[in-house]
Write a protein that binds this ligand. Structure first.
Ligand code: GDP
Ligand code: MG
Length: 212
């Protein structure tokens, strides 16, 4: 299925923050969630994708919010969808108790939210493969969750470094995965990757419509 018209976001608005997936809005439209380490650039990416600077809060104290944040998006394909900002992982100063709570809440959301079409896992393009990201993605495999990888902050790299880190990450994934997952390189500063990610969502939206 190829989505021919470039996806354009018409509007995006905050709906609700939930402590559990059971409190989330009715699962009546395709949903795309964003996750990754604290500070990876999740909120910035959400704002870049939707062209709304203040939509997701760019936090100065990472690891604080432990909520599932729903945003309603309308786009030119006339299929409304939800965009979800999930709390980050891998923040060192978080207690074991709150880490366990995070794991339970995220696992429940990821495995039980029936309209979740794709989980975007954000990875900082400035770093070599990190264990915490690889382990998280391996869990997704066990749970059979469709996902794609988004490498963030490409503007911060010297030429060549992004490609080197992306290649190393994909190579590390290949130790456990037969196929390379879909992946994107993005920058919230230059908007690199914006249209590619949106068109990917557009394609998936179309797939959900044709299924019904
Ligand atoms: N240069 C640059 N800085 C970024 C980019 N994305 C995020 N940042 C910065 O990285 C920090 C963390 O970003 P934030 O979106 O709050 O990360 P989150 O914790 O994953 O939601 C902030 O200071 C952002 O301004 C990017 O693409 N380029
Ligand atoms: Mg954030």
């Amino acid at each position: 299925m190829v989505y021919c018209t470039p996806m354009k976001i018409k509007d995006a608005k905050y709906i609700i923050s939930s402590a559990e997936y059971t409190q989330a809005p009715k699962a009546d439209r395709p949903e795309y969630a964003f996750i990754g380490r604290s500070n990876v650039g999740k909120s910035s990416l959400i704002n870049m994708l939707t062209n709304k600077k203040g939509l997701a809060k760019i936090s100065s104290s990472p690891g604080k919010t432990q909520l599932i944040n729903h945003f309603e998006v309308s786009s030119n394909d006339k299929i409304p969808w939800y965009l979800v900002d999930l709390p980050g992982y891998g923040y060192a100063k978080v207690s074991q108790k709150s880490r366990n709570r995070w794991e339970q809440m995220i696992e429940n959301y990821i495995r039980k939210r029936e309209n979740l079409v794709c989980l975007f896992v954000l990875v900082d393009s400035r770093h070599e493969p990190q264990k915490v990201d690889l382990e998280f993605i391996n869990d997704l495999g066990k749970w059979e969750i469709p996902f794609a990888v988004i490498f963030t902050k490409s503007d911060k790299n010297k030429p060549g470094a992004t490609l080197r880190n992306v290649k190393a990450f994909i190579a590390a994934l290949k130790e456990n995965w037969e196929e390379t997952p879909p992946f994107f390189v993005t920058s919230a500063l230059t908007s690199e990757g914006q249209q590619l990610v949106l068109d990917y969502i557009g394609d998936l939206n179309l797939g959900t419509r044709n299924k019904n």
